[in-house]
Design a protein around this ligand. Structure first.
Ligand SMILES: [Zn+2]
Length: 478
């Protein structure tokens, strides 16, 4: 990829000694007035994020170099008068998590979806990005290609889905996995702490990558980057999926260095890699392509996050990264969250998915809603077990996901609920509409089916009440 005239020439530098980044962008010339847009949300978190609250200043730059004040036409949109094609803005960057933008003496970490302005009516414009003040000896971890020292994004969607971290002290290792038609290069980068149990850490990455690729047949890209933020003194735990990369944040050191921290890290990594297919390519139609101007609710979060949560853990087990006891422990945690949330009987997981945009990432009103991660994963497990049962173990949910990848993901065609359930039925040889009605669109209790499904997998599931009155699920070999 080489830069061309239809690119935004963007220069980024730290505002001296501060927690802010300055942006200087030259857009292709045009005669009429236009609108500059900042995203209002980021993929991976399906709620409004209001990134404009971090824009400290926004100005147009005229031909003679003087700055002019810009009026807004919306909370996240500026009107650019005719003749102005250069913009300058300052973004406050002091939040460090897997979806934020942060600058300090030894780190420039940028999620373009937080802070990049785009031409509202021309999403084809790419970006030629110059990191003006990054010393030559710093490493830059990113999936973005480079040209003459610049990062290149092909268009707006590509830019918004391509974070980077630049630092003089990144830990970096690579591995390769062959899919059915190419060699895939994986990069593991960490900022902050070095990865815990480094040898096992890399061996586990290789194992779950191989198994996931083998299940799907092909990997969507030939280069993939794990960007780990492991801050020694910041409390953080989550990951965000991107087109050809992921950012995973875990801290502080005391947590990273424990066995529990290690398990969390590898668990998130397997989940995020699964997203390279499921969500980044196999994507609900409402998000294909992403509309960054507004909320875009979908009822299919139980596929996007539920299937991914269940599969991420299952691949850890199938790859030998965890044993059956390890898988059961992770499942017990999930089941405890499921069983102790009365909200799953009030709003279905499909309705809860639609409503993530209201309060999906907060506790919200007690008993109001379910979770696309938890209730979605429970549903995925029940569907997987049903498919394996009725096909005598010759097919599974994974078989269905491979078909969805081949039919929809590769072609970048968005999926709707019927398409998903039709493919599950095709693989099973019978409809799973009873499960869809009860547990995707309905709010019925899953307990009896859960016990049966665990039994079919050779596990006994029981429940008890602890001293606080919470339901406690226990799994043990039957
Ligand atoms: Zn996820």
């Amino acid at each position: 990829m080489t830069p061309n005239a239809q690119m935004i020439d963007l220069r980024i530098a730290r505002v001296k000694n501060s927690s802010a980044l300055s942006f200087d962008a030259v857009f292709p010339e045009r005669d009429e007035s236009w609108e500059a847009q900042l995203p209002v949300w980021r993929p991976g978190r399906y709620e409004r994020a209001n990134f404009a609250q971090y824009i400290i200043s926004m100005a147009g730059v005229s031909e003679n170099g003087s700055e002019i004040k810009l009026e807004k036409s919306d909370l996240h949109r500026w009107i650019i008068p005719a003749g102005i094609h250069r913009l300058r803005w300052v973004f406050h960057a002091d939040i460090l998590n897997a979806g934020s933008t942060f600058v300090s003496d030894d780190l420039q970490y940028v999620n373009p979806v937080n802070c990049f302005i785009y031409d509202r009516l021309n999403h084809d414009l790419g970006y030629k990005i110059t990191l003006s003040d990054i010393p030559k000896n710093w490493d830059i971890a990113t999936a973005l290609p480079t040209f003459n020292g610049c990062l290149i994004a092909n268009d707006m969607q590509h830019a918004m889905d391509s974070p980077w971290m630049a630092s003089p002290k990144l830990w970096h290792e690579t591995y390769q996995v062959e899919d059915s038609d190419k060699m895939v290069n994986f990069h593991v980068w960490t900022y902050g702490d070095a990865p815990p149990q480094q040898k096992k850490f890399m061996a586990d990455h290789i194992a779950f990558s191989k198994n996931q690729i083998s299940a799907f047949g092909t990997f969507p890209t030939s280069d993939y980057h794990f960007l780990y933020l492991l801050p020694s003194d910041t409390e953080v735990r989550h990951g965000v999926e991107h087109e050809d990369s992921t950012v995973i944040a875990l801290g502080p050191s005391a947590k990273i260095q424990t066995q529990h921290g290690y398990n969390e890290l590898v668990g998130i990594a397997s989940h995020e890699l699964y997203h390279a297919w499921n969500v980044k390519r196999i994507r609900p139609s409402e998000w294909m392509p992403y509309n960054f101007e507004d909320a875009c609710p979908s009822r299919l979060g139980y596929i996007a996050e539920g299937v991914t949560t269940y599969m991420g853990d299952l691949f850890l087990f199938e790859s030998g990264c965890i044993d059956l006891k390890g898988w059961s422990t992770r499942m017990e945690v999930l089941l405890n969250r499921h069983l102790n949330n009365p909200g799953r009987h009030n709003l279905s997981v499909a309705e809860s998915s639609y409503d993530t945009w209201l309060d999906g990432y907060r506790l919200g009103v007690k008993g109001r809603k379910g979770s696309i991660y938890v209730e979605g994963a429970v549903l995925a497990f029940i569907c997987d077990t049903r498919i394996m049962k009725v096909t005598d173990g010759t097919s599974s949910l994974s078989t269905a996901m491979k078909i969805l990848w081949e039919r929809f993901g590769k072609a970048r065609k968005g999926i709707v609920a019927d398409a998903y359930w039709d493919v599950l039925a095709e693989v099973a040889g019978e409809r799973l509409d009873d499960l869809r009605e009860k547990y995707a669109d309905g709010t019925e209790d899953t307990w009896d089916d859960l016990v049966k499904c665990m039994k079919a997998n050779g596990l006994a599931l029981t429940k008890s009440l602890d001293e606080k009155g919470h339901v406690k699920a226990t799994l043990h070999p039957a």
